[in-house]
Design a protein around this ligand. Structure first.
Ligand SMILES: NC(=O)C1=CN([C@@H]2O[C@H](COP(=O)(O)OP(=O)(O)OC[C@H]3O[C@@H](n4cnc5c(N)ncnc54)[C@H](OP(=O)(O)O)[C@@H]3O)[C@@H](O)[C@H]2O)[C@@H](O)CC1
Ligand SMILES: Nc1ncnc2c1ncn2[C@@H]1O[C@H](COP(=O)(O)OP(=O)(O)O)[C@@H](O)[C@H]1O
Ligand SMILES: [K+]
Length: 491
């Protein structure tokens, strides 16, 4: 499912109106009618629509007209004098006025009526370019504090539709009806948290799609690239995934278990010392001074889970440099520290996937963690651009970014994954997929999807409270089953 920026949406609107000759008011009528249908589905009988100055407000006036037409008790509160509306929004107001939709210009306290069952946010959409102030801020705060559920049209007011940033007040919607495409800003956090459940409606917009559009991780696309195993395949067909084991061996073993469950032909544990865990029947263990010599024949290397300070003596030596330049794989946790220490934000290649959590991302960029969480999309894109590697920024709605600026957002995963060791499992899953021949972007995307789905399934069976990292490993197989069934896919 594609995710679009405001700029792309403006181009799609423009193309449909100018080239395909569909008048803007026709698109707006489809948009407003779809909103009215969503309101009717919620069985809300007394509805207030809050309208702003632009076309998002126009959608609101049209929705009000359709609601009135359907017998619903609807009232519009507008933050601008309708006499100042322009273009399609003016036409939409004229249509609502002719249908005798009741309205008034917003006065603080207007939304206190206890009989309102639903508020519709038609204040601002993709045109919101700055933090809310004045009357917009006032009405948004009043709507949020009213205790009445809010249905947002296209984008909750105050969210940057392209980045998901929230620079001040913003509508906290329980549902968002997106026109033509979901906006990237409602797919990633923090915008996603403000949007509630987002539905996309077809309003007749059609345009040639540019290359490299952002999207949710899509199982139906990735199914064509991974997973088929023909009769003559053998363990060599599915690659060797090497994991460098340092001081905290449990973390590396979780990564190894994730890699094995995701189908690497062989999982090799490389260590400079000895591995104390007694019985490891599924893995090959090799000892060597450097990760490169221990894992020489591996198609991917996972550096980080449980690494501790084990490789620090090798920083600046040819060994570590050679690993980052000649190999592919995953850099997580202490591996990210090693990368920073070895050569700062050196240029890697897109065969490497960096998997920072927000604090690790902040350390790599020289930002604060709060800044990363406010601007997650920008952070992931900047780190990918600076390093030349694929960046997977962990957290709800994990973002995967390429150095060229391509974006995928992972729809799977919930708080069941918020447990120590969960990230180690993810690193192993992605390392395994790289060993099997997927490129870094696809491996990171599919890895995030499988890991998230495994967490959801484990949480559903065991409760999110008692799900452990080992449980996530145990549910990887079931996640893979749903991947092939299409169950749990967003589209
Ligand atoms: N025909 C079409 O194209 C279709 C469009 N559709 C709908 O239109 C929506 C996009 O409409 P839009 O471009 O008019 O933008 P919208 O969000 O209504 O903002 C309007 C104006 O608000 C202002 N403003 C900005 N930030 C502000 C702030 N923080 N606080 C206060 N004011 C602020 C700014 O004007 P300024 O004040 O800068 O002059 C801006 O121009 C889209 O989301 C979808 O719902 C669909 O119906 C399909 C057909
Ligand atoms: N609330 C959540 N929703 C979705 N995914 C989550 C949530 N909390 C954690 N995760 C996922 O769990 C993993 C945690 O990784 P990380 O922070 O590295 O933990 P650890 O270092 O303990 O293994 C990441 O993949 C992250 O995206
Ligand atoms: K809105």
């Amino acid at each position: 499912m594609y995710l679009v920026t405001s700029e792309q949406m403006r181009y799609f609107d423009h193309y449909t109106i100018k080239t395909l000759k569909v008048p803007g008011i026709v698109l707006m009528d489809h948009a407003g009618k779809a909103v009215a249908e969503a309101v009717v589905k919620r069985r809300a009988k007394r509805v207030v629509v809050a309208c702003g100055k632009g076309n998002n407000g126009g959608d609101g006036w049209i929705a009000a007209r359709w609601l009135q037409h359907g017998g619903c008790s609807v009232h519009v509160v507008t933050v601008v004098d309708p006499g100042n509306l322009e273009g399609d929004a003016k036409l939409a107001f004229d249509m609502a006025g002719a249908a005798n939709v009741s309205w008034n210009i917003y006065q603080p306290g207007d939304l206190g009526g206890s009989s309102i069952e639903l508020l519709v946010d038609a204040l601002l959409g993709t045109g919101c370019t700055r933090p809310l102030a004045g009357v917009y801020e006032q009405i948004v705060d009043e709507m949020n504090h009213s205790g009445v559920p809010i249905l947002a049209i296209d984008v909750p007011t105050g969210i940057d539709a392209s980045t998901g940033e929230v620079k001040g007040s913003a509508i906290r919607a329980s549902e968002t009806i997106a026109m033509a495409y979901e906006k990237l800003g409602t797919a990633v956090t923090p915008g996603a948290i403000y949007s509630g459940h987002t539905h996309v409606v077809d309003i007749g917009i059609k345009a040639p799609l540019p290359e490299g559009m952002a999207s949710y991780v899509d199982p139906s696309e990735l199914r064509q690239k991974w997973g088929s195993r023909d009769a003559l395949s053998h363990k060599g067909t599915f690659g060797r995934c090497g994991i460098f084991v340092g001081h905290m061996q449990g973390a590396a073993i979780l990564a190894a278990a994730g890699a094995a469950r995701t189908g690497a032909g062989l999982v090799v544990l490389g260590t400079r010392g000895s591995i104390s865990l007694a019985v490891l029947p599924d893995y090959v263990v090799r000892q060597a001074e450097s990760p490169v010599s221990a894992l020489e024949d591996c198609q991917s290397i996972v550096v980080g889970p449980g690494l501790g300070t084990d490789l620090e003596p090798l920083v600046g030596t040819a060994s570590v440099d050679e690993m980052f330049s000649s190999k592919r794989g995953v850099v997580d946790a202490d591996g990210l520290k090693l990368l920073r220490a070895s050569n700062g934000l050196r240029r890697l290649n897109d065969g490497w996937v960096l998997t920072p959590h927000p604090k690790e991302c902040a350390n790599l960029l020289g930002w604060t963690t709060e800044q990363v969480q406010r601007q997650r999309l920008t952070a992931a894109m900047q780190l990918a651009e600076r390093t030349g590697a694929i960046v997977l920024l962990k957290g709800y709605r994990t973002i995967i970014a390429t150095p060229a600026g391509e974006i995928r957002v992972n729809p799977t995963g919930n708080a069941s994954l918020a447990v120590g060791g969960s990230g180690d499992v993810l690193a192993g899953v992605i390392g395994s997929l790289i060993a099997q021949g997927l490129n870094g972007f696809d491996a990171a995307s599919l890895g995030a999807w499988i890991h998230g789905r495994a967490g959801e399934l484990a949480g559903a069976a065991l409760t999110p409270i008692s799900t452990t990292a080992s449980d996530i490993v145990d549910y990887i197989s079931r996640a893979i089953v749903t991947f092939f069934d299409g169950i749990g896919a967003r589209n």
